[in-house]
Design a protein around this ligand. Sequence first.
Ligand SMILES: CC(C)(COP(=O)(O)OP(=O)(O)OC[C@H]1O[C@@H](n2cnc3c(N)ncnc32)[C@H](O)[C@@H]1OP(=O)(O)O)[C@@H](O)C(=O)NCCC(=O)NCCS
Length: 388
Amino acid sequence: MTDALRLVDITEDHLEDVLRIRRQSFGTMASGDRDEWWKYAVKFLEDGRYVGVADGDALVAAARFWNFGQWWSGRRIPVAGVAGVVVSPEYRGRGVGSLLMRGVMRRGVEKGFPLSALYPATTVIYRHLGYEFGGSRYKYSFQSADLRRLGGKDVSIRRAGPDDAQRFLEVASRVNESRRSNGVLIWPLDEIEEWLADEDNTAFLADDGFVLYNWAGDEELSVDELIAGSEQTARALWATVGSGSSIARTVHAYLPPGDPIHLMIETEADKKAEEQRWMLRLLDAPAAIAARGFAPSAVVEVDVRIDDPDVPENSGDWHLTVADGVGELAPAEAADSMRFGPRGLAALYAGTSLNVLRGAGLAKGPATNDAALDAAFAGSASYMLDYF
Ligand SMILES: CC(C)(COP(=O)(O)OP(=O)(O)OC[C@H]1O[C@@H](n2cnc3c(N)ncnc32)[C@H](O)[C@@H]1OP(=O)(O)O)[C@@H](O)C(=O)NCCC(=O)NCCS
C-alpha cells in the first residue's frame, strides 16, 4: 500500500475503471446488463452512495450502498445495503478493502443510516470491521401440484402493473408490521415499479396480498415475493402460482422458515432448502436502538459498555432501557457493565441469544440481565427475501 491511497467519491469518469475491476472480480457482464449496471451506478453516485479508493489518479477499489429500509420487530429502519465491493487484484491483501469499507461505513453514518447490511462473499474482512450474521435468505422448493390444490377460489385477484407499486408497499407494510417481522428489506418505490414493469415477471394483487414470480428454468417457477394477510388470500395466491403445474413441475420460493405456507401445504417443501446468510452492523447504536421495535412485554435496565474502534461514536458506557416495546441507549457513567464489540451488538440486535453470544465470546460481563435481554430482542427469525 502506498501513501498515495485515498478515499474518493466515484464519479461517472471512474465508471469504466469500476467496470474493469468488477470484470476482474466477478467475470464478464452481458452487454445488456452493462447498460443496466451503468444506469444504476449513476443513481448511486449522484446520491453520494458510491465510494472508491484511488492510488494517485488510478481508481483501485469501489463499493456502493442501497438506501433500503428494514423491518425490525414491526418498525422500519433505514439500512445501508452494501454491494459491489471490489478491489483491483494487484491491490488485494494490503488493507485496501478495509480502507474502502471504512469509507463506506463513514458515509453511511454521515447519511444517517443507523444500520448497514450485506451479503458477504467472504466473512473475514467484514467481521474485522464489526459486521456479524444478522439473518438468512431461504429458498424452498415445492411441487406445483401441491400448491395448485390450496384453493382460495373465492378470493378475487387481479394482474398488477407498475402503477400498483405503492399498493405493494402498503400491503407488505401491513403484513410485516402485524407479524413483527425481522430483517425483511423495504425497497425504494422506483425499484418496485421496475419489477412490475418487467415483462419477465408475473404479478397479482389481492386486497391483502400479492405475489411476484417468474420462470427459473423450462419446468420451474420462482416466487420472489408472496405476502398474504389472511389464510384465504395465501391459498389463492399460492394456488395461482401452482396452476402452472402441467408445465412447471417445481416452484422455488424465497420465504422465511416461519411462513404460514409451511403449515398449510399438505406435502412439505423439499428437504433441502438453500440458505444464504447476510451480515448486519450498527452504524449508529443509539439511533438503531431507538428505531427498533421490542417485545411489548419485555422490561430491561442494563449498563453496557461498547467498544467499537471503527465507529467510535458507538464506543463508551451506556444505559440500555426497554419498556412498552420501545428502547433507549443513553450515555452513562462507567459501571460493572455487560460488554459488547460491534459484532456482539449486531448479533444481539438481530435476536441472537445471550447464551450463544457468550459461547462465541461476543458478550462479556455480568449475566444478571441475560434473560431480560433475550426476551426484549427475541422475535421471529430474521430473514431477507432478496439478494442485492
Ligand atoms: C474481498 C476483497 C474486497 C477484500 O479486499 P482486500 O483489499 O484484499 O482486503 P484487506 O486487505 O483489507 O483484507 C482484510 C481482511 O480480510 C481478509 N481477506 C481478504 N480477502 C479474503 C478472502 N478472499 N478470503 C478470506 N479472507 C480474506 C484479509 O486476509 C484480511 O484479514 P487479516 O487482516 O486477518 O489478514 C477483495 O479480495 C476482492 O475484491 N475480491 C473479489 C470480489 C469480492 O469477493 N468482493 C466481495 C463481495 S461481498
